[in-house]
Write a protein that binds this ligand. Structure first.
Ligand SMILES: O=c1ccn([C@H]2C[C@H](O)[C@@H](CO)O2)c(=O)[nH]1
Length: 161
């Protein structure tokens, strides 16, 4: 169930993941919104993959931090890509006082590559944070199995809950 927490109250692994998301948010390319967002994916082998938001003068082509991180994981051959690692936890950091929740597109792409039970930890710059799961962010999501009919027709496809 979604919970409001504070950064101080997080376990050490959660704090480290938020710190990775915070660090990569400093690299955001966001001249239009001035919002710096970072996402960090913790894999079951202990590795972390990160991404930041990348905006565009056309606005609509903006890429969110979450989808940049998920794409990086695929490109690196990690979770969602060619190896068998799984995403066990996700942190999203936004350099604002309030918590920013993932947009609809990012929820759908998270559902593609992470299980419904995967924790998503959304952190603000000033302490408030919210803990939820991929399944709570997008209940009843269409997923690989709905399209592949349970097979593995593509190059690879993540599991769904
Ligand atoms: O889940 C989200 C929502 C928004 N943004 C970015 C995109 C854009 O650069 C800025 C304002 O929407 O925040 C993200 O990175 N992730």
């Amino acid at each position: 169930m979604t919970k409001d927490v504070t950064l101080d109250g997080l376990d050490p692994e959660g704090r480290a993941l938020v710190e990775a998301a915070r660090a990569v948010s400093a690299r955001a390319y966001s001249p239009y919104s001035a919002l710096r967002v970072g996402a960090a994916l913790l894999l079951d082998d202990g590795r972390t993959v990160t991404g930041c938001n990348v905006e565009n003068a056309s606005y609509g082509l903006t890429m969110c931090a979450e989808r940049v991180a998920l794409g990086a994981s695929v490109a690196l051959g990690l979770a969602g890509g060619q190896d068998s690692s799984r995403i066990v936890r996700v942190a999203v950091f936004c350099d604002r006082a309030e918590v920013l929740m993932p947009c609809g597109a990012c929820r759908q792409v998270l559902a593609e590559f992470a299980e419904g039970t995967t924790e998503v930890l959304c952190a603000s710059a000033e302490g408030p944070a919210r803990i939820t799961t991929v399944g709570e962010l997008l209940p009843d999501a269409i997923g690989p199995r709905d399209v592949l009919g349970g097979g593995t027709g593509g190059a690879s496809a993540g599991e769904q809950d």
